[in-house]
Ligand binder design. Sequence first.
Ligand SMILES: Nc1ncnc2c1ncn2[C@@H]1O[C@H](COP(=O)(O)OP(=O)(O)OP(=O)(O)O)[C@@H](O)[C@H]1O
Ligand SMILES: O=P(O)(O)OC[C@H]1O[C@](O)(CO)[C@@H](O)[C@@H]1O
Ligand SMILES: [Mg+2]
Length: 533
Amino acid sequence: MHSVSNSGSIVGFKVSGNNNRGNCNGRKPLVKVTHRSRVVMGSVPAVKVLAQPKVVRGDHGYVLEDVPHLTDYISHLPTYPNPLQDHPAYAVVKQYFVDTDDTIAQKIVVHANSPRGTHFRRAGPRQKVYFKSDDVHACIVTCGGLCPGLNTVIREIVGSLHDMYGVTRIEGIEGGYKGFYSRNTISLTPKVVNGIHKRGGTIIGTSRGGYDNKKIVNSIEDRGINQVYIIGGDGTQKGASAIYEEVRRRGLNVAVVGIPKTIDNDIPVIDQSFGFDTAVEEAQRAINAAHVEAESNENCIGLVKLMGRNSGFIAMHATLASRDVDCCLIPESSFYLEGPGGLFEYIEKRIKENGHMVIVVAEGAGQDLVAESLRTNDDKDASGNKLLNDVGLWLSQKIKGHFKKQTEMEINLKYIDPTYMIRAVPSNASDNVYCTLLAQSAVHGAMAGYTGFTVGPVHGRECYLPFYRITEKQNKVVITDRMWARMLSSTNQPSFINTKDIIESDMDEAPPTQLQDDRVVDNGFVTKETTVC
Ligand SMILES: Nc1ncnc2c1ncn2[C@@H]1O[C@H](COP(=O)(O)OP(=O)(O)OP(=O)(O)O)[C@@H](O)[C@H]1O
Ligand SMILES: O=P(O)(O)OC[C@H]1O[C@](O)(CO)[C@@H](O)[C@@H]1O
Ligand SMILES: [Mg+2]
């Protein structure tokens, strides 16, 4: 594999670049580099041509979906030796620097004749950096909902910049995106961030809404900021991508880096998002309480509502981990209440068998049913996310109503809604380690001149991912996949779904198994490649 050379024009501005930035070591380049413009429709005004995805093709179907570099649009940028080479902690580590040719395969389950497939650039420190330590002026912003680990990421970005690269000018943007243009910044030093990883929340504050691309980039330019670290979920990363585009359009020497955050685990491609592990662990406490209540009271149902707007990962993992749950309802799998195979029939059966049961419902589950019976409006939050109806309360009332009116059985229902409790806690040990790797990888990438990327693990290896890869779709529980089957077999709940429906919907969209979930960037659009196995 060889480094990407990048030059060419795109509508509105000319892209020029360093034609030989990477290290070919005199070897003949074997790859074909393609650059394509992407056209984004929707909320973006008219037709806007964005910076081109960098796609490198090699032998045997090898594809690298690379990330942008400052030299793609600023020529003759000076480089400096990485200060880490003299750092006592790292100088002794053999091969501490990442080889410029290192990439990570998206698929690790392959057949003998599979093409090599899509790869991502491996994260980590490079031998050369594109910023002198004294010249770096970094900022950090956190946006969207809270998530365990936000403070750890902040702490570790500050620590990495300061301790590894000798950077001293780091500012926290207060209160999310709108803080760029409406608030003062907070100076972040190792002393200020010391110990914050033991606290939930974010010390620099967060918010939804208030995104104003021009004002944000003006503020970056006016303040002389040249590294921007943006921590947030899918909405935040879309905003970060647009900030990168504007920075590039203005030709600014500013690295824009995204760090994906969401307890819902709805960011695609990466193994898992930080805070998810902690949230699942915390959700166990609520499930445990529901189980204790249910077991101790006659004919008792413990009902727990967990977060998960569009993706049911928290509910599914908490259910699998707990083993006390009899039924788990998630947004990806519709269910029904009445009649044969419905929820009421199952509840009646479980109560008769066991005298108690525990139900876990993700907040986004059954929204169609709730909307039908409540006649609701289409309220949205400040970021434009649809506000959900309370499925937990609705379900409690429906269950109570059903058993009161239609059966001889008297039931007890205990409803537990831990909502914010699972995300307002500090991150657990494994999330703290994960956040540290993310932060360090982000800093190494920015120092190496990469920009317009998000960092995250793919099969356990930290990678630099182009923004479009993580914003183009949401990660969802695939109910035709083995994990959901494992969950169903642990609860013994009905699947509520007709096998015929699954087969028909499969024909529309193939499940993202290792062999099938590959897409190619072609004709300006990222498309799904459905490999017939
Ligand atoms: N398409 C978009 N383009 C630009 N900015 C966006 C976009 N979507 C959301 N944002 C901005 O990103 C910020 C966070 O978005 P949002 O509230 O949707 O949370 P999120 O990052 O998706 O995290 P969460 O996991 O909590 O939902 C907000 O300030 C919002 O205005
Ligand atoms: O009430 P808020 O802060 O807008 O956030 C609620 C949403 O945020 C999330 O935790 C995602 O961050 C969702 O699970 C939930 O629906
Ligand atoms: Mg979101």
